[in-house]
Design a protein around this ligand. Structure first.
Ligand code: CA
Length: 222
C-alpha cells in the first residue's frame, strides 16, 4: 500500500513517514500544496494524509482540486486543536476523516486502515479469499487456518491483491503499491514475490494474466 503524506512541519512529517513505513506502508512525503498536486497527478495512492496549513497552496485547495478531478482517494486531514472551522470545511470539501494534532501514530495507522478498507469495498477488517485470511491490523496471514510467515513485501503484495480481489493488478500498479520514491526496485521483483507467495500459500492462488498482471479471484477456484 502506498500513501502520500503532505506536511510542512519537518519533525512531524518525518515522524509520520517513518511511522507509516514501520506499519508496512510505502510512504511518500511532500511539504507543500503544489508538490502535493504534482504527486497526486503522477502516482496512485491508497490514501492521503493531508495537513491543511501548507505553504504555496493550502491543504483545502489540494483537497478541492482532487475531488474536482473526480479522484476518490481516501483523505485524512490533520488540523490544529482549536481549528474547528478547518475541520468542518475539510470534511465538507471531501475529506473522509481527520485527526487533531498532536495525535498518536497508532491511531493514525488504524484510521488509515479503516479508510483503505472502506474504499476497497471491504467492510470487514479481515480480508479473505480462497482459504487465505489477511489481518491488516495484526499483520498476520493464515492459510486454511494455519499462520503463515511472510516478509514485509510479500505481505504488502498479498494485501494489495486481496484488497482488489476479482480485479487484475498490473505489474506497474503492484510496484507502485510496494515502493516509495527513492526506493530501488530490482527487476523481476514482482515475479519473485508472487513466486514466494505461491510457494508459501497455494500454487493456484495468484493467477498470471499474460501480458497484463496478476489476479486473486474472489470465489474459490475449481
Ligand atoms: Ca502546517
Amino acid at each position: 500500500m502506498r500513501l502520500l503524506v503532505v506536511e510542512d512541519d519537518a519533525l512531524l512529517g518525518d515522524a509520520v513517514q517513518n511511522g507509516l513505513r514501520q506499519a508496512g506502508y510505502a510512504a511518500d512525503w511532500v511539504r507543500d500544496g503544489v508538490a502535493a498536486d504534482s504527486a497526486l497527478d503522477a502516482e496512485t495512492y491508497a490514501a492521503l494524509v493531508l495537513d491543511l496549513g501548507l505553504p504555496k497552496r493550502s491543504g483545502l485547495d489540494v483537497l478541492r482540486r482532487l475531488r474536482n478531478r473526480n479522484d476518490h482517494t481516501p483523505v485524512l486531514i490533520l488540523t490544529a486543536r482549536d481549528a474547528i472551522e478547518d475541520r468542518i470545511q475539510g470534511l465538507d470539501a471531501g475529506a473522509d476523516d481527520y485527526l487533531v494534532k498532536p495525535f498518536d501514530m497508532g491511531e493514525l495507522a488504524a484510521r488509515l486502515r479503516a479508510l483503505i478498507r472502506r474504499a476497497g469495498g471491504q467492510p470487514a477488517p479481515m480480508l479473505k479469499a480462497q482459504g487465505v485470511e489477511l489481518d491488516p491490523a495484526g499483520h498476520r496471514v493464515y492459510y486454511q487456518d494455519q499462520p503463515v510467515e511472510l516478509s514485509a513485501r510479500e505481505f504488502a503484495l498479498l494485501h494489495a491483491l486481496l484488497l482488489n480481489a476479482g480485479r487484475v493488478l498490473t505489474r506497474t500498479q503492484i510496484e507502485e503499491a510496494l515502493y516509495a520514491w527513492g526506493e530501488e526496485i530490482e527487476s523481476n521483483t514482482v515475479e519473485v514475490y508472487v513466486h514466494h507467495l505461491r510457494r508459501k500459500l497455494d500454487a493456484g492462488l495468484i493467477e498470471t494474466v499474460r501480458g497484463v498482471g496478476y489476479l486473486i479471484r474472489k470465489a474459490p477456484h475449481a
